[in-house]
Design a binder for this molecule. Structure first.
Ligand code: DAH
Length: 365
């Protein structure tokens, strides 16, 4: 033990003498290597020799060496800070000099020293997808009218997608919904209407809900068709609900979305789950009906945005709601198509290509 102590005292003296002479960073680095160098540094060698010290003396010897090591590290740091502020010498091989340190302000106590005069780093904040923005706008309007938002599965059974909605098996009306079947009874929902049934099964009237979501059809992609797109379904069930209620609410909604002046028209239509049924058109915002060759409205001046109708009594019976007591209406709107129209986008595919040049036009840059 005495010999180890002598050895350390000797090394300490050598260190102190050399430290006095270390006049620049290079000399200081040499000193660091001589003492703390990972292969042949004096301190490292002391630790090496510790291996052959008898077990009972190991603890004390180790402590002496550690104290010496900390002394050396502390000294290196103090001298280094005087020689070159912002540069750290000492602990092991940590010798960090920020490439900015020479350029400007040094922040004491940090290892990497940023130059505070440099401009900050820009953090890119994500933005909402235009379809999400549009969907949220629709939700906002309906929430304001006291509706709530519901959800349903994208993989559906034949029962919910068709049968409960009054499409008997093999009914020709099924052909209108080009269905992607999965296996057996399972399919990808072709519309959000099955959520109506699921909601009526799990809740009691009065019901006032909307349900936005993805739907799937066997479509060949073109500017206005994709095999996957978005719809929002709406359903109102209560006592004494009439077609006037349907008309008033949908007109209010469309005006809230497109502005007071928009022209709206209701056209008779057919859906197995509503009777009577209506499709709703809005005036063509691209040509206002003035261009017979308009590509958006095909010269008709109108653009269909949703299907709607009074819920068929058979659908109510299917979910054990008494059609003598309750009535209601429903609608289904194509979110992508309506958003294309609202934003003036000629291609539905743009929504799904994730091209930032397109997406950035709708959110924070
Ligand atoms: N599900 C229909 C479709 O995809 C749209 C629709 C029409 C929904 C009438 C409804 C409705 O709720 O009442 O074409």
């Amino acid at each position: 033990m005495a010999t180890l102590k002598d050895r350390i005292d000797g090394l300490r003296k050598t260190f102190e003498e050399s430290a006095l002479e270390a006049a620049d960073a290079k000399a200081l680095e040499e000193l660091r290597t001589a003492f703390l160098g990972r292969k042949r540094g004096h301190v490292t060698l002391l630790f090496e020799d510790l291996k052959s010290v008898p077990a009972e003396e190991k603890g004390g010897a180790g402590q002496l060496i550690n104290e010496f090591k900390e002394f050396v590290q502390g000294q290196l740091r103090t001298i280094g800070e005087k020689l070159e502020p912002g540069v750290r010498y000492g602990a092991g091989s940590i010798r960090t000099k920020s490439k900015f340190a020479a350029a400007g302000t040094v922040v004491p106590g940090t290892v990497v020293h940023p130059d505070l005069t440099l401009p900050g780093r820009k953090r890119y904040v994500g933005m909402r997808h235009p379809l999400t923005l549009f969907e949220e706008e629709i939700e906002r309007i309906f929430l304001g009218m006291g509706f709530t938002i519901e959800d349903g599965p994208e993989i559906e059974t034949d029962y919910y997608n068709f049968e409960s909605l009054n499409f008997p098996p093999h009914h020709p009306a099924r052909d209108k919904w080009d269905t992607l079947f999965i296996k057996g009874d399972l399919l990808l929902r072709t519309h959000t209407s099955p959520v109506q049934v699921r909601v009526m099964e799990r809740s009691k009237p009065p019901i006032r809900i909307i349900c936005p979501g993805r739907v799937f059809r066997r479509e060949t992609p073109d500017p206005t068709h994709l095999p996957m797109f978005m719809q929002v379904e709406g359903l109102v069930i209560d006592e004494g609900v009439t077609f006037a209620n349907l008309k008033g609410t949908l007109e209010y909604f469309i005006k809230a979305l497109f502005g007071e002046k928009i022209k709206v028209r209701f056209r008779p239509s057919f859906f197995p789950f509503t009777e009577p049924s209506a499709e709703v058109d809005i005036e063509c915002l691209v040509c206002s009906g003035k261009d017979p060759s308009c590509r958006v409205c095909a010269g008709t001046g109108w653009k269909e945005i949703l299907g709607s109708g009074m819920v068929d009594p058979q659908v109510l019976k299917n979910v054990n709601i008494d059609p003598e007591k309750y009535s209601g209406w429903a609608f289904g709107l194509g979110i992508d198509r309506t958003a294309m129209f609202a934003f003036g986008i000629p291609e539905m595919r743009y929504f799904y290509e994730n091209d930032l040049r397109f997406l950035r036009q709708f959110g924070a840059k």
